[in-house]
Structures are given as structure tokens and as C-alpha cells.
Design a protein around this ligand. Structure first.
Ligand code: HEM
Length: 376
């Protein structure tokens, strides 16, 4: 469906990408990233559009931010497209190895070479957001990598509680599709996921930090009969609720007939999906304390996620310009997370032995049923 239609755009894409790459910082085959920081431009520069930025190169992005909000995110919502835009940044960037021999990293290859990459099993469900992003991408004239990672940062900013992500600008057009089997699957073991992430340059702590993203996430294809099934009960808020709920004892599968599908395990709340990989990472001795430490620790979660995302969005890139000040400032999440109604400490499967579990209150009321994400 989406694949065939998108492949028609490839010629136009190549033209668009070539035009833009002439105006961006030259590419490099280096495996390390380097970034020109805003510090080089200590004075704020006023753009013709009225906004200010540390670097005049970034001025052209302000109208594009508005366009992406309007055409992709329904005027700035933390909805299905915002969630998927964040997922897309990971599936694009992780096709990379610090040892070489894989893809170009955060280069937009998943958009430009969608016909190839969307056929990979781990990219199931990505076709919808690629189809939504492709025409907007062509209109903006950005390179595919600049577009994918700009859209991801803007979409995330639409979710209350999220950090304001960094954004680095100036990626050249991608050269080739990333190879298959670089994106972790929910059926993978923790050992396999940690090894893949280490191969791309990420520690166990950075993996857990990146998984904060599952705070604004839902599954469409794990159980295709129930698209948009959230991973936590606050899918439109970037809070630490997912870290708590993944540790609650699972009792049922959200799909009809209580049937399980590959990649899911028992979940604690009606209408909620728990990924096998999240459940395993939350309970594995190598990651359990990193996971528990996120619970009701909003500021730490935000800063760790921001740092790991900053690293991820420049994988394989070189000589980019810091245009972080074009990214909207998210609304804050204030207060504490809570046990969902009817749940309490006795439902928690504590896996970290070395530090006390945070004390949380329980919301009053009947056992909840989590609603699917609209438009999924
Ligand atoms: C161990 C690594 C990971 C695994 C195994 C994994 C797996 C998955 C799966 C199976 C889904 C549901 C797909 C569907 O059925 O539609 C999903 C959704 C999602 N993932 Fe991950 N993921 C991982 C890491 C990440 C990272 C690092 C990010 C971003 C930084 C991310 C962001 C998301 C988002 C935002 C969604 C929701 C998309 C939507 O609601 O449309 N994931 N992930």
C-alpha cells in the first residue's frame, strides 16, 4: 500500500535531496559525529520572521517548523503522528555501527530509501508515518535526515513533560539504505538488545533513557486487531508512568480472547500493551535499577532522554550546526505519578534490590481501561 505509492516519489526525492545537499555542510565518511555549537554565535540573531536564534543559518527553519506542526501534527498535538515521528528517528538512526559496515546513521535513509527499509520486519507499522511525512518532506526542501530528526524533535515537544530536544542541522542526503537487522525487536533478548545498542555506541543506561520514549507510545502491529494500544495509561504525557506500569504484575493480554502475540507479554491494565522487551529490560539485573530509578524521577528522565537523543540524532553525521532554538518548548509535567486506581505497591514486581522503591499514592476509583490512541 504505502510502499508502492512512496516508491513513485524516489526520483523527485533524489532531485530534492541533491539540491539541498549543495547548501548544507559537506558530508563525511567519519564514524564520529561533530557539531558546531551555538556558542560560536554568542549573540542572538533576529530572523526576518521575527524569531531569534543563536545562528542565522537556522532562520530558514522557523517557517518549516510551523509547516510541520500544521501539516503533520494537526497544529501541535501529541497524537499518533507525533509518537510515530519519534519512533522514526530511532529506526532511522540505529542503522549504524561504531565499527563501520552498517548504514549512515541519522541520515534519513528510512525516508529516502523507504521501499527497502520498510520491508524489514522490525519496521512494521512505520509505513504510515513515512507516507504522512514524505510529501511534507519534499515541500520543505530539507534533506531526508534533517527532516526526519526535525519532525521527531517537534513532535516530541508537543507532548507535555518532554524535554526540549536538541536539533542539529546540515545532514547531507543519505547515500544508501541501512541494512536489515539493525533495529531491535520486542522478541529479542536483553543480551541481544544490549549488544546491538553497544554496537551503535549506546550504554545500558542510554538504552533505558531512550526507552522513556515508550511513555508516548502505542502498538499498531504487535496485535493488528487492536491498533493504537498504548504502553501506559498516560500516552499523551511524557511522564515516568510507563516505567512504573511495566513493573506491575501482568494479568491479561489486551486483545480479544486474551490471546498473546509475538513480542507482547501479560499486561496489568485493560487496553494496555506490554512489550516483551520492555518487561525483560525492566527486570534484568543489568538494567533493573536503571529502570526503577526513572520512576517518579521526571527531571532525571528528561535530562537522560535528552542527552541520549542528542547523541542518537547525530550518529554517523559530521559538521552539523546547532539549531536547537527552533524547537518549541514543551509544556511541563508537574507533580508526581501515581498508581492507577486499584493498584498499589503490592502489585509491583520489584527487580532492583539495591535501592528502595519510590513511594507513590494510588488514585481513587475503579480499575481503569486504557483507550486506544485516536487515528491509529
Ligand atoms: C529495545 C529497543 C526497542 C524495541 C524492541 C522497541 C519496540 C517497539 C514496538 C514493537 C513498538 C510498537 C510497534 C507497533 O506495533 O506499531 C514500538 C513503538 C514505539 N517505539 Fe519503540 N522500541 C525500542 C526502542 C525505542 C526507542 C529507542 C525509541 C525512541 C527513542 C522508541 C520509540 C517508540 C515510539 C514513540 C513508539 C510508538 C509509536 C506510535 O505510537 O505510533 N522505541 N517500539
Amino acid at each position: 500500500m504505502a510502499l508502492n505509492r512512496l516508491s513513485l516519489f524516489v526520483a523527485a526525492l533524489a532531485a530534492a535531496s541533491q539540491w539541498v545537499s549543495a547548501a548544507t555542510v559537506p558530508s563525511s565518511t567519519s564514524q564520529t559525529a561533530s557539531v558546531e555549537t551555538a556558542a560560536a554565535f554568542s549573540n542572538k540573531h533576529k530572523c526576518p520572521t521575527g524569531q531569534t536564534t543563536s545562528n542565522p543559518i537556522c532562520c530558514k527553519l522557523f517557517p518549516i517548523v510551523d509547516q510541520i506542526q500544521k501539516d503533520l501534527f494537526d497544529g501541535g498535538e501529541c497524537g499518533e503522528e507525533a509518537h510515530s515521528a519519534l519512533r522514526l528517528t530511532f529506526h532511522d538512526a540505529i542503522g549504524f555501527s561504531i565499527h563501520g559496515g552498517k548504514g549512515g546513521g541519522a541520515d534519513g535513509s528510512i525516508l529516502a530509501f523507504n521501499k527497502t527499509e520498510l520491508a524489514y520486519h522490525a519496521n512494521g507499522g512505520i509505513d504510515d508515518i513515512v507516507e504522512r511525512q514524505f510529501p511534507v518532506f519534499l515541500e520543505t526542501g530539507l534533506t531526508a535526515g534533517d527532516f526526519v530528526h526535525l519532525a521527531g524533535a517537534i513532535g516530541t515537544a508537543n507532548c507535555p513533560g518532554a524535554p526540549r530536544l536538541d536539533y542539529f542541522f546540515g545532514r547531507p542526503a543519505p547515500k544508501a539504505a541501512a541494512p536489515d537487522l539493525t533495529v531491535p525487536e520486542p522478541t529479542d533478548s536483553v543480551t541481544k538488545i544490549l549488544a546491538r545498542m553497544a554496537d551503535a555506541g549506546f550504554s545500558a543506561a542510554e538504552l533505558v533513557a531512550l526507552l522513556s520514549s515508550h511513555s508516548i507510545a502505542a502498538a499498531d502491529v504487535v496485535d493488528p486487531s487492536i491498533p493504537g494500544t498504548p504502553f501506559d495509561s498516560t500516552v499523551d504525557t511524557f511522564d515516568t508512568q510507563v516505567f512504573l506500569e511495566v513493573l506491575l504484575k501482568g494479568t491479561a493480554f489486551p486483545g480479544k480472547g486474551n490471546v498473546s502475540h509475538p513480542g507482547e507479554v501479560l499486561s496489568p491494565i485493560a487496553g494496555e500493551m506490554r512489550l516483551q522487551s520492555d518487561a525483560a529490560i525492566a527486570r534484568d539485573s543489568r538494567t533493573a535499577c536503571l529502570w526503577q530509578d526513572m520512576i517518579d524521577n521526571q527531571q532525571a528522565m528528561m535530562s537522560r532522554f535528552k542527552a541520549a537523543m542528542s547523541k542518537m540524532q547525530v550518529l554517523g553525521q559530521h559538521g552539523l550546526t546547532d539549531c536547537s532554538d527552533v524547537i518549541p518548548t514543551p509544556k511541563p509535567f508537574k507533580g508526581h505519578i501515581t498508581f492507577p486506581p486499584t493498584f498499589s505497591q503490592k502489585n509491583v514486581q520489584v527487580a532492583c534490590k539495591s535501592s528502595p522503591f519510590p513511594k507513590l499514592k494510588t488514585v481513587a476509583g475503579p480499575a481503569p481501561t486504557v483507550a486506544p490512541v485516536p487515528g491509529s
